[in-house]
Ligand binder design. Structure first.
Ligand code: FUC
Length: 838
């Protein structure tokens, strides 16, 4: 009765939701299962041939997609360093000689001519980036399993275990698969309800053209080879995979390329894959020794022991955050995951939203572990030799988005692979800055790969963008803001400084406007009609915002570390000459310095709102006119788009404090792929669809959902800033993190009012709370707050006053009411608050 089938209009949905809560009153339906225990993706059908229906497992080094097919199980494998090519660079040093000409053409309004030239001299003549490749697939064929009943498969997010079970002729077969976090292997456990029932033949296939498959002895199936050449770069990553079979009872035998087990009681399969990759400059490791040593260590343990270690290593991360957004009625909650996905945009299913949230955290834990490669466009999961965009790193939004949930959902350590990548890009990017632009510091363009290439690729339309370094460097600063780790900041400072130094040299004076601008520049992948279809321009809004952040964070880091006084002065002076944001004729944030936005442009990139999120330059409280203009821009751009674009929009609507609109985007995103016309959606396994599969949308949405419940970028810890009607009745979240080392140990709400709050202060300092209702506390001094937050982690930079078009009619939007409190905290102490009127 609580299910609202496909709504006729959005209005109907919202009316429907209000009705839902009115009619429920206090007798809210019980959750299908206790909150927290419904953390499973489950299905009553195998994945069949559909990769995007298979279930992902990963330990940051190895990835696996488990199909759960009955007759022939498929387990598709990845290894994080198995990439095409070898150490290489892709700069185009011709850029330097033509830089002046390109700049002049752009300033003269001849963007297309500039772009044509840039295609010749800026865009790489070498590789446009290498490919993250698949290792191959393990197949297990079970004779006689054609007719089965009781089929079930699941991914248990609380234990990171994929399980399949079914019955054939009254024997129930169960398979469990893990990508062990404690051991570097994938482990498969096959059991059956009757002894001696397990018989199968195992074989291996790989799309890698040079792969060699062997059975060195009756218990092992191995594969080895060297990765492919790509775009003139020789493939030199050597890989080795060993699949080891440990049957309990029965017989085992091998042919040249397969292993057969007969009449066994149970079987454990251990899969170890390794490469010769040491780092982006060194591939002198020994893949054979590595694969063997990981295997040998795992073989000392039986499955139950491996499973135990796996679960505890995994839960160390996963269990930090619990979320309850309210109860779903039993009939909806008891449907398989693909059915709930189908219904999500037309029913009230807060438990599914919570599941999706935790699935996002699961994906980050599984695809990004300290010491490993950062999550790429597909995390660590790719079955194709030629994946979309090479499954590499696009750093004009996508790779950054992968890491938006890292700090705030209490997975700070898992930011490490990305932060290390930034440091490595800074090393490569120095030569790029010097050779291509005659600049100091370092630069990266809009793509990179495992070799940390920093040249410009694809075409000038996309690639002549010099802010991949500037933007990614802000993750180092963000990591410091959350952790207060000064030793880390010391190690990060040269990278921040290098990013800033590049801009000091790259900026030039705009001949008409006098601002210091980047040129050539572009607003990622978008072109105004006025520029003859060319994206090339000077001083675009996003770039100005990024440079403002790079300078500001470098200044603050230098001040904190008591370094580089003269350089600070240079940065302050240069920052003052950057172009401010402009509000244009349609009352929008201008994407370009000229007022040439088309309000009908619904491009997936809305780069000029970088200032609203992830940055904090556009604020409800400090810059109300920009805040309102940002809303206008977002309304112009519309909702439906690619998966990642919708994920970004959830964050923006959260920052705009419009929970219902943020939720609408979550619904759009959580729509089966193919339903949103021309837009993204979600696959049955809850992978985000650009389409095709791209993981950034999963991570972007999780970040956005967190921002709906808590924000800490604008001078305070703002609680419940954007709760949608569907979650207002009651809910709780625990374990999320705010800037300055504050952990929300517990937060509970009713009717979107905060009822209970427990905050742990890890670093001490002033805790400024912005809350929707009055709070009380005992034993803690809490005062109503005014003025600047004295906590240095909450210092916000004042951006230059916006330039507002005389044609613009900016209607200021109202922010929701809130109260500000200051609480002086001590490091290590926990503070508890309650609603005053409770
Ligand atoms: C950027 C986006 C595309 C895609 C690609 C991987 O180029 O504009 O939509 O996400 O990255």
């Amino acid at each position: 009765m609580y299910i609202f089938r496909k709504a006729k209009s959005q209005l109907f949905i919202y009316l429907g939701f209000s009705f839902f809560f009115l009619s429920l009153g206090t007798s809210a339906s019980q959750p299908a299962s206790a909150p927290g225990s419904a953390m499973k993706l489950w299905y009553n059908k195998p994945a069949g041939k559909v990769w995007e229906s298979a279930l992902p497992l990963g330990n940051g080094k190895l990835g696996a997609m488990v199909y759960g097919n009955v007759q022939t199980e498929r387990i598709q494998l990845n290894e994080h360093t198995l990439w095409s090519g070898s150490p290489n660079r892709n700069d185009n040093p011709l850029a330097l000689d033509s830089l002046e000409t390109i700049r002049r053409l752009i300033f003269e309004g001849k963007q297309k001519q500039a772009e044509n030239l840039a295609n010749k001299v800026i865009i790489s003549k070498q590789s446009h980036g290498q490919i993250f490749g698949p290792a191959g697939e393990l197949h297990l064929s079970f004779p006689g399993h054609d007719n089965y009943t009781n089929y079930y498969r699941e991914l248990d997010l609380e234990r990171a275990v994929a399980k399949t079970s079914y019955t054939v002729a009254d024997v129930t077969y169960t398979r469990e698969v893990i990508a062990s976090f404690a051991e570097r292997v994938i482990a498969v456990r096959l059991t059956a309800s009757r002894p001696g029932s397990i018989s199968f033949t195992a074989s291996f296939t790989s799309p890698q053209p040079n792969v060699k498959i062997q059975t060195p002895h009756s218990r092992q199936l191995t594969f080895s080879g060297t990765t492919i050449d790509h775009e003139g770069v020789k493939g030199m990553v050597k890989y080795k995979g060993i699949t080891h079979f440990s049957p309990e009872g029965g017989e085992i035998s091998s042919s040249d390329t397969s292993i057969t087990v007969k009449s066994s009681n149970a079987v454990t399969i251990y899969i170890s894959v390794a490469t010769n990759f040491n780092n982006f400059q060194d591939i002198s490791g020994n893949e054979n020794n590595r694969a063997t040593s990981h295997l040998t260590s795992a073989l000392r343990m039986d499955f139950s022991k491996i499973l135990k270690g796996h679960i505890s290593s995994y839960q160390k991360y996963f269990n930090r955050v619990k979320i309850n957004l309210g109860a779903t009625n039993v009939s909806e909650a008891s449907l398989p995951t693909n059915e709930r996905l189908k219904n999500f945009s037309s029913v009230v299913d807060p438990e599914f939203a919570a599941l999706y949230y935790q699935f996002g955290r699961y994906l980050l834990i599984s695809s990004s572990q300290p010491g490993g490669q950062p999550a790429n466009l597909q995390g660590i999961w790719n079955g194709s030799l030629r994946p979309a965009w090479d499954s590499k790193y696009t750093i004009n939004i996508n790779a950054q988005m992968n890491y938006w949930p890292a700090e705030k959902t209490n997975l700070s350590e898992l930011h490490e692979p990305f932060l290390r990548m930034v440091k490595e890009l800074a090393a490569t990017g120095q030569k790029t800055a010097k050779d291509m632009y005659g600049a100091r510091g370092w630069v990266a363009h809009h793509n990179t790969d495992i070799w940390r290439t920093t040249g410009a690729v694809d075409g000038a339309f996309w690639g002549a963008w010099t802010n991949g370094g500037g933007w990614t460097s802000q993750h180092l600063w963000e990591h410091y803001l959350y952790t207060g780790d000064v030793a880390f900041l010391k190690s990060a400072y040269p990278i921040l400084k290098g990013a800033a130094l590049f801009y000091i040299d790259y900026l030039i004076e705009h001949p008409k406007l006098g601002y210091l601008v980047a040129n050539p520049d572009e607003s990622p992948e978008n072109a105004p009609a006025a520029h003859q279809g060319s994206s090339l321009d000077a001083g675009v809004t996003m770039t100005n915002q990024i440079i403002f952040d790079v300078f500001s964070s470098t200044i603050r880091a230098a001040e904190l570390l008591k370094k580089d006084k003269a350089f600070i002065d240079t940065l302050v002076r240069t920052r003052d000459r950057l172009a401010p944001m402009h509000i244009g004729q349609h009352a929008q944030i201008q994407e370009w310095l000229d007022d040439i936005d088309d309000p009908r442009d619904n491009h997936r990139h809305v780069s000029h709102l970088y200032g609203l999120f992830p940055s904090n330059q556009i604020s409800a409280y400090r810059t109300p006119d920009l805040f309102s203009a940002a809303k206008t821009t977002l309304l112009h751009r519309g909702d439906l788009s690619t998966g990642w674009s919708m994920g970004w929009k959830v964050n923006w609507w959260a920052r705009l404090q419009d929970g219902n609109h943020a939720y609408k985007l979550i619904q759009n995103q959580l729509t089966p792929v193919g339903v949103n016309r021309g837009g993204g959606g979600t696959y049955d396994n809850l992978f985000d669809a650009h389409p095709p599969f791209q993981i950034d949308g999963n991570f972007g949405c999780v970040s956005g959902m967190t921002e709906m419940l808590m924000q800490s970028a604008d001078g305070s810890v703002h609680l419940l800033p954007a709760v949608p009607d569907v979650w207002r009745a009651s809910g709780s979240i625990s374990g999320i993190k705010a800037v300055g080392g504050f952990e929300i140990v517990q937060m509970e709400w009713k009717n979107a009012q905060l009822t209970k709050l427990v905050v742990k202060s890890l670093l001490g300092g002033n805790l400024r709370l912005r809350v929707p209702n009055a709070l009380k506390t005992s034993g803690t001094s809490m005062v109503r707050a005014t003025g600047e937050n004295t906590n240095p982690f909450y210092k916000v930079e004042t951006t230059p006053k916006p330039v507002i078009s005389s044609k613009a009619k900016v209607e200021l939007i109202e922010t929701s009411e809130s109260l500000l409190y200051d609480v002086a905290t001590r490091a290590g102490k926990t503070y508890t608050f309650q609603a005053q009127d409770l």
